[in-house]
Design a protein around this ligand. Structure first.
Ligand code: UGA
Length: 447
């Protein structure tokens, strides 16, 4: 099928390239001329494993093209996906300016009946609103609207697209439902469940899925604090509850709080949506609070652990100390630092008088722009050299595989606060490293 994809941000580019890869003819549209020129040469503006190959192969097969000309693209196709940004506005609501502008442009450019698919994450009611905009600005033509949320994880997006758990589609007519079934026919043929529903339900499925996963993360983080306080072990706890199929093992790893461009934004937007619908979600409101309390609590934990390890009192222990932060991206395999733990933890440490050097293989540059007074590097040894303490925030493979028996000598004092539980507390004790992680007592302490 011939499809236009409006927006070549993270979602639009991955979806466009992957749809091209499975045989559709995709025209990706973006008003950013330099981005489109770079994409035409196969240059990918984001770090996403495997995406460069999918883009290059699809360009070579002729299935993927790029343009800045929205009108020409709309004229050439019957189905248009809107995959533009819906960033949070100052009040936490999603800013729909770009979605509405795209709808208006599509309506004006239309040369016949069109199916318009909303891929961007949008509050309930947006697809109907887009339908009204299309009708108003393109009154000579027939428009059908569909909602088709994405469930792609950054760092795993290509694989998630190719191996989906389900396809969710909300439609307003048989025509748009049939078009969506055609687009995803390959997956239905592989028995991937196809959830076909109305527009509102589809929009809400996206928010509910992210909110539920965020709740799991917030829950296990609270449990890890409780484990710390009681001598229980959060990893055994995760396994012990996760093996119950009704709970499931995924998303039960404690960490420095959920971050990224989706969970923080979507949980907040869902609480506002629920309040406005007079059906407030106390659970999601608590999840949002729990996540921000968790990271602040970890800030205190770092300072206290350092003070104990260095034999200082709790009054300003970090003054003039050099702290290496390993991992600045909000999770591994991405260069994204939006709502990353590093953007909260590093400023907290700096505010308490520490100098912070952050290491990340992909996100160092972005962090330098986003975090005042941080120094960053892509050379891990440079970060570790002379550090009074190390704080681990991201589970990059090369951080996970550090051999501390070798790297320890670079440190001024062997103090490590591991907020991803990447290392074995007993081994760290054997290396005489002062080591703190989340919810894990030494097994030597087993009672
Ligand atoms: C999330 C969803 O997982 C995707 O399904 C969805 O499509 C996407 O949002 C979106 O709405 O676009 P993503 O933001 O890429 O994907 O990241 P996740 O892998 O879900 O992780 C979110 C946060 O939770 C990260 O900070 C991660 O470190 C944290 N997390 C995750 C944990 O702390 N523990 C876990 O066990 C799992």
């Amino acid at each position: 099928m011939k499809i236009a994809m409006i927006g070549t941000g993270y979602v639009g580019l991955v979806t466009g390239a992957c749809l091209a890869h499975i045989g559709h003819e995709i025209i990706c549209v973006d008003h950013d001329q330099s981005k489109i020129s770079a994409l035409k040469n196969g240059e990918i503006p984001i770090y996403e494993p495997g995406l460069d190959k999918v883009v290059a192969d699809s360009i070579a097969s002729g299935n993927l093209t790029f343009t800045t000309e929205l009108t020409e693209a709309v004229e050439a196709v019957g189905t248009i996906f809107i995959a533009v940004g819906t960033p949070p506005a100052a009040d936490g609501r999603s800013d729909l300016t770009q979605v509405e502008a795209a709808a208006k442009q599509i309506a004006k450019a239309a040369n016949g009946s069109k199916i318009v698919v909303i891929k961007s994450t949008v509050p309930v009611g947006t697809c109907r609103r887009v339908g009204r905009i299309l009708g108003k600005h393109g009154e000579d033509h027939e428009f059908h609207v569909a909602s088709n949320p994405e469930f792609l994880r950054e760092g795993n997006a290509v694989d998630d697209f190719m191996n989906p758990d389900r396809i969710v589609v909300g439609t307003d007519s048989d025509k748009s439902e049939a078009a969506m079934r055609d687009i995803y026919q390959r997956f239905e043929a592989q028995d991937v469940p196809f959830v076909s529903t109305n527009l509102e339900t589809s929009e809400l499925i996206k928010y509910s899925a992210n909110a539920f996963l965020a709740a799991k993360v917030a829950f296990i983080n609270e449990m890890s604090n409780l484990c710390d306080a009681t001598g229980a072990n959060v990893e055994d706890l995760s396994l012990g509850i996760g093996l119950d199929e009704r709970i499931g093992k995924a998303f039960l790893k404690p960490g420095p709080g959920y971050g990224g461009s989706c969970f923080p934004k979507d949980t907040l937007a869902l609480t506002i949506l629920a309040q406005e619908a007079d059906a407030p979600s106390r659970i999601i409101e608590s999840v949002v609070d729990s996540n921000s309390n968790h990271i602040r609590r970890l800030g205190r934990k770092i300072a206290e652990f350092c003070a104990d390890s260095w034999g200082l009192d709790y009054q300003h222990p970090l003054i003039d100390k050099r702290i290496a932060v390993l991992g600045l991206a909000f999770k591994a395999n991405t260069d994204d630092i939006r709502s990353a733990a590093s953007t909260v933890i590093a400023p907290l440490l700096i505010k308490q008088g520490a100098s912070v050097i952050g290491y990340d293989p992909e996100a160092s540059e972005a962090a330098l722009d986003a975090i005042d007074h941080i120094e960053t590097t892509t050379d891990m040894d440079e970060a570790l050299e002379g550090a009074d303490a190390v704080v681990i925030l991201t589970e990059w493979e090369n951080i996970k595989s550090i051999d501390w028996s070798k790297k320890k000598k670079l440190l001024k004092s062997p103090v490590i606060i591991d907020l991803r539980n990447l290392f074995d507390p007993d081994q760290m004790a054997e290396l005489n490293i002062q080591y703190s992680s989340l919810g894990r007592p030494l097994t030597g302490n087993r009672r």
